[in-house]
Ligand binder design. Structure first.
Ligand SMILES: [Fe+2]
Ligand SMILES: [Fe+2]
Length: 171
């Protein structure tokens, strides 16, 4: 005779938390798309730029690609753990118009500002997830806090790049 399993009576996986789980899965799904769109656009923008000054930006974005991909995978795993289903690309709607290639590929300031915008959007959305999951889903909360730290680091690095251009009157 098969042993009956029971659902957890405590925490976000319990039966009476299904509405909150759905809410969190929706927020995690949006985060998943944001990370994957960032991967696409960081590949693009670490390839197109021309010029000596672009090298630092290219190398930095190349490093970030792996990190953002790792974030996407973490979001996907958490969606599954919360009984959600990770979507495929047919449900994807692009949003990052600011990371489209500039008219001139030497326009590195355009890329820097686009990256700052993407990181800012992620920071805002992840802060919302952290607020919502506080005291409700400590595992998602903890995971997103760690990811938020990465995004704040990315944003700060690119702010520094922008400051250098601004100091030279080129931004
Ligand atoms: Fe990320
Ligand atoms: Fe990032």
């Amino acid at each position: 005779m098969a042993t009956q399993t029971r659902n957890s009576s405590q925490g976000i996986l319990s039966d009476d938390r299904s509405r909150q789980r759905e809410e969190i899965v929706a927020m995690l799904t949006r985060a998943y798309w944001m990370e994957l769109e960032t991967v696409i656009n960081y590949v693009t923008n670490s390839t197109n730029p021309d010029g000596v000054r672009a090298q630092e930006i290219i190398e930095s974005l190349q490093e970030d690609i792996q990190e953002e991909l790792g974030h996407a995978q973490q979001f996907a795993t958490r969606i599954k753990e919360l009984y959600g289903v990770v979507p495929s690309s047919v449900d994807f709607t692009p949003e990052q118009v600011y990371l489209a290639p500039p008219e001139h590929q030497t326009d590195i300031v355009h890329v820097i500002k686009g990256v700052i915008e993407a990181e800012t959007g992620a920071i805002e959305h992840y802060n919302r997830i952290i607020q919502y999951t506080e005291g409700v889903d400590p595992v998602t909360n903890d995971m997103v806090i760690a990811i938020l730290r990465d995004e704040e680091g990315h944003r700060r690095l690119f702010e520094g790049f922008l400051r250098e251009y601004e100091a030279e009157g080129r931004a």
